[in-house]
Write a protein that binds this ligand. Structure first.
Ligand SMILES: *[C@@H]1O[C@H](CO)[C@@H](O)[C@H](O)[C@H]1NC(C)=O
Ligand SMILES: *[C@@H]1O[C@H](CO)[C@@H](O)[C@H](O)[C@H]1NC(C)=O
Ligand SMILES: *[C@@H]1O[C@H](CO)[C@@H](O)[C@H](O)[C@H]1NC(C)=O
Ligand SMILES: *[C@@H]1O[C@H](CO)[C@@H](O)[C@H](O)[C@H]1NC(C)=O
Length: 199
């Protein structure tokens, strides 16, 4: 009887040992098949030589009429009393065209947010995705995150990334008012020159 118990104990201990080593091996195998990071040669993603692309287009922000392209989505209690509309947050889906006329050929949209971020002048925080629809850039995007002091003749805003043809994008956008006169209307046509490094 004592021998049988001893045998059973041995069997139990042996099978437990096998079971745990399988567990450990399994855990190690699992860790190996999900590696968190690795170094790759850039060619493995087809990245060859970085190139510089210049894009030129007009941006239409339409505030009045039946087809507005922006919407005020938030403001502070104090915004209406602020000379710089500080705190106003505007969502836009603004057309981008080749020429300055609204009827000119569309090349994409500027989709995102601008928000009044200065108490001393009208200056916006711009968070925009430029979504292109033209030619080889159809479906590619460029992301802008920058400061836009809208009465300064030439504004510069950083490009912080992109997708599609603009993966790994960096660069800057220059913006200048083409047709914007607040005494006439709040509609604005803005000329954009975008200089972007990408692969
Ligand atoms: C599992 O990984 C640990 C730590 O990396 C290592 O010490 C152990 O020997 C590995 N076990 C097996 C069964 O591979
Ligand atoms: C407003 O936009 C829609 C969709 O783009 C278009 O079909 C419509 O003709 C436009 N209306 C006016 C008054 O421009
Ligand atoms: C600001 O003024 C507009 C227009 O008069 C009004 O519709 C809006 O409710 C006001 N906003 C606040 C936060 O008071
Ligand atoms: C852009 O791509 C979309 C989706 O693939 C397609 O429907 C559209 O016709 C294309 N536009 C142009 C101008 O090539």
């Amino acid at each position: 009887m004592a021998k049988a118990v001893a045998n059973l104990t041995t069997i139990f201990l042996t099978s437990s040992a096998i079971f745990f080593s399988i567990l450990v091996m399994h855990a190690n195998a699992t860790e190996k098949s999900y590696s968190f990071s690795r170094t790759l040669p850039p060619q493995s993603l087809g990245l060859k030589r970085e190139k510089l692309t210049h894009l030129h287009f007009f941006f239409h922000d339409v505030t009045t009429g039946t087809n507005t392209t922006n919407a005020v989505v938030a403001m502070a209690q104090s915004t209406n009393a602020s000379a710089t509309v500080f705190g106003e947050v505007v969502m836009v889906d603004d057309p981008l065209t080749v020429g300055p006329e609204k009827s000119s050929k569309p090349v994409g949209r500027a989709q995102g947010i601008y928000a009044s971020a200065s108490k001393s002048e009208i200056s916006f925080l711009m968070v925009l995705n430029l979504v292109f629809s033209e030619g080889e850039y159809n479906g590619s995007t460029i992301s802008i995150l920058g400061r836009n002091s809208i009465f300064t003749p030439l504004r510069e805003m950083p490009i912080v990334g992109g997708s599609g043809k603009f993966k790994f994008a960096r660069g800057y956008a220059h913006a200048s008012n083409y047709d914007f006169n607040v005494t006439k209307s709040l509609n604005a046509v803005v000329e954009y020159d975008v200089y972007v490094l990408h692969y």
